[in-house]
Each structure stands twice: as structure tokens, then as C-alpha cells.
Ligand binder design. Structure first.
Ligand SMILES: C[S@@+](CC[C@H](N)C(=O)[O-])C[C@H]1O[C@@H](n2cnc3c(N)ncnc32)[C@H](O)[C@@H]1O
Length: 316
């Protein structure tokens, strides 16, 4: 193993033992940020008892990125593959817990995968399961287009990541714009006596973000925001877009599957407060470190540097 190589942080027991000794919060403990009041909870989001102590106020926006019921390289306790009924039960537990802490008018976003070799599970099952919650209204089904795909020569390349948008009550929505300039003048519309083009009527030089996002770079090791050792990191631009669309400054955001801490960091940047949960103490520590590193350096991640420089992974 090369000296500067950072392996997947939950890759094997030896790595986990070493990193666990650095985790400043253990299961059922929380870290409270002294500067802005964010909270990182180390715990299992399916456990209803962890919410009482830390969620003293209700949440405006939940951004959830649960495991997709697919084992990537290792079938760990946190990233597991189980039969679909078990997966649905796991989902019901965290959704029920989430609904207890949401405001009457609030928004929920859920990332999920569709395994094309297995009847598009768990995505197909999940969208039906969400109908069990009558207070939760389906609003949009967003696709984020990855820049790089994977797959064989015998099928379409897999390029998409699915994002479900739901609301409870009647929360606000702030229209978002991409960085893609408008090139078409579009249709005329009569406003008063004048026939105005799209360009004349619009509020931005750039096109609006719709429910297909093609303008967000997937995270890879050359990007500053890359968090080495995290295997399921979402681009911060995608999380910031959600936060800016469906919450306002000072609002409370939550994420039950924090991992590399993208939601916490995006909340900090957009001047929201976040309470996030992560079951694995190593990723809870990573979440805290990512925020601290950002405050110290203004960097969104570590690119290819280790978030745990005190560990020489080549010796483990
Ligand atoms: C797909 S990743 C989330 C990635 C995250 N959006 C990011 O940008 O870094 C899922 C995370 O959920 C955590 N997790 C799995 N089961 C959990 C549970 N029951 N409670 C809390 N966290 C859990 C895993 O340890 C993993 O870090």
C-alpha cells in the first residue's frame, strides 16, 4: 500500500479498530458545535430513543441518503444488502422517526438507487412504500446525471442517481438556477401590451434547474471536495441546491446518514443549522473533521490528502 493511499475507512477490522480509537464520539453520544450550534449524533437512526435528547426543535428540511441495499466491495453493517422486506422495514423505521421531528410545513429529499439487475429494487419498492404516509406528498423525481458511467457493452451505461422530493404541509420553494447560460430566446408571452421573449421576462441569465441535473460534477479524487476513504459522497453542489431551494437562512436541516458530512458542510455554508446522525463512529468523526477543516482552510474536502493524517495506512 502506498504511504499516501487512504483505503475505504470501513474496509477491514484493523483499519476500523485504528480509526475507532480516534473517534471523539461513540454510539449514542453527540458532538455539539460551539460556533454555530450544529450537532453530530453517533447513533442508529432507526432507534426512536436517540431523537428526544437532541432534537429539541422541529426540522425544516431533511436530506436523506440511506444505504441503497447493495453491498459495494464489502457488506458492512452500515452498508448492507438484505432481502427487500427487511430493507422496507428498515426504511419504515427511519421514516417514522423522521416524521416525528419534521415541522408541519417541511421538505424531504431522499436519494436512492435502482438495481437494474434486480427489478430496480429498492427504488421501485421505496416509492410505493412512501404511499403509506398520507401526510407526505410526492413532489418531484429528480435525476442527477453522473459524468462517468459504469456498465457493460451490452446495456445502456448507468449514469443516473435518483433523488425523490416530498413535502409535508405547505413549505416554501426557492427557484434555483444552474450555471448554464440561456442560449434560446424561447417563446413570446404577452405581458400588458408587449410581446416579451423568455430572455426579457426571466430573472436570470442562466437556465432554471429542473428535475434533471446535468450541471453537477460527480466527486472524484482530483476535486478539492473529495473526501478520501468515503465511498458514497454526494457532490456538495447538489446538497447546496436542495438546501437553497427548500429552506431559508437559520432553518434547521437534518440528515440521518451523514457519512462524509456533506449536508453539515453545505448547511454551514448556506447559513443553516444542521443536526446529523451517523451510525459509524468513524464517519461521525469524519463529518466533524470535514467541518473543522473547512473552517480552518476554506477547503470543501481533502482532495487526495488523508483526513486522518495521524495514521499511516501503509502500516495497517
Ligand atoms: C450513502 S452514505 C451517505 C453519503 C452522504 N450523503 C455523503 O455525501 O457523504 C450512507 C451512510 O449511512 C450510514 N448508516 C447506515 N445505516 C445507518 C443507520 N441505521 N443510522 C445512521 N447511519 C447509518 C453509513 O455508515 C453511511 O456512512
Amino acid at each position: 500500500m502506498k504511504k499516501d493511499f487512504v483505503p475505504r475507512l470501513d474496509g477491514n477490522e484493523k483499519i476500523k479498530d485504528t480509526l475507532n480509537s480516534l473517534a471523539r464520539i461513540k454510539t449514542n453520544e453527540a458532538w455539539t458545535d460551539k460556533e454555530r450550534g450544529h450537532i453530530v449524533i453517533c447513533g442508529d437512526c432507526t432507534d426512536p430513543t436517540i431523537y428526544d435528547s437532541f432534537f429539541t426543535e422541529k426540522v425544516d428540511l431533511a436530506i436523506q441518503d440511506p444505504p441503497y441495499n447493495i453491498a459495494i466491495t464489502v457488506n458492512s453493517e452500515q452498508l448492507f444488502e438484505t432481502d427487500i422486506e427487511n430493507y422496507k422495514n428498515f426504511s419504515r423505521l427511519w421514516i417514522n422517526n423522521m416524521l416525528q421531528i419534521m415541522k408541519e410545513d417541511s421538505s424531504i429529499y431522499i436519494w436512492l438507487g435502482a438495481d437494474q439487475k434486480k427489478g430496480f429494487q429498492p427504488f421501485a419498492d421505496f416509492i410505493l412504500l412512501m404511499r403509506e404516509f398520507p401526510d407526505v406528498k410526492s413532489r418531484s423525481f429528480i435525476t442527477l446525471r453522473n459524468q462517468r458511467g459504469y456498465g457493460t457493452q451490452k446495456n445502456w451505461m448507468s449514469l443516473r442517481q435518483e433523488l425523490l422530493y416530498y413535502t409535508i404541509g405547505n413549505p416554501g420553494f426557492n427557484v434555483q438556477y444552474t450555471d448554464i447560460p440561456k442560449i434560446l430566446k424561447g417563446y413570446y408571452k404577452k405581458i400588458g401590451d408587449e410581446n416579451l421573449t423568455n430572455e426579457q421576462r426571466s430573472k436570470s441569465e442562466c437556465i432554471r434547474a429542473g428535475n434533471v441535473w446535468v450541471d453537477i460534477q460527480q466527486v472524484f479524487y482530483r476535486l478539492k471536495e473529495n473526501v478520501p476513504g468515503a465511498y458514497a459522497q454526494k457532490p456538495i453542489k447538489s446538497i447546496s441546491r436542495i438546501i437553497d431551494a427548500s429552506s431559508n437562512e437559520k432553518d434547521l436541516v437534518t440528515d440521518f446518514f451523514s457519512h462524509s458530512g456533506t449536508t453539515l458542510l453545505a448547511s454551514e455554508i448556506s447559513n443553516r443549522r444542521a443536526i446529523v446522525i451517523e451510525k459509524d463512529p468513524i464517519f461521525a468523526e469524519l463529518t466533524i473533521r470535514r467541518l473543522e477543516n473547512y473552517r480552518k482552510t476554506s477547503d470543501l474536502g481533502w482532495q487526495s490528502q488523508s483526513p486522518f493524517p495521524e495514521i499511516d495506512f501503509s502500516k495497517i
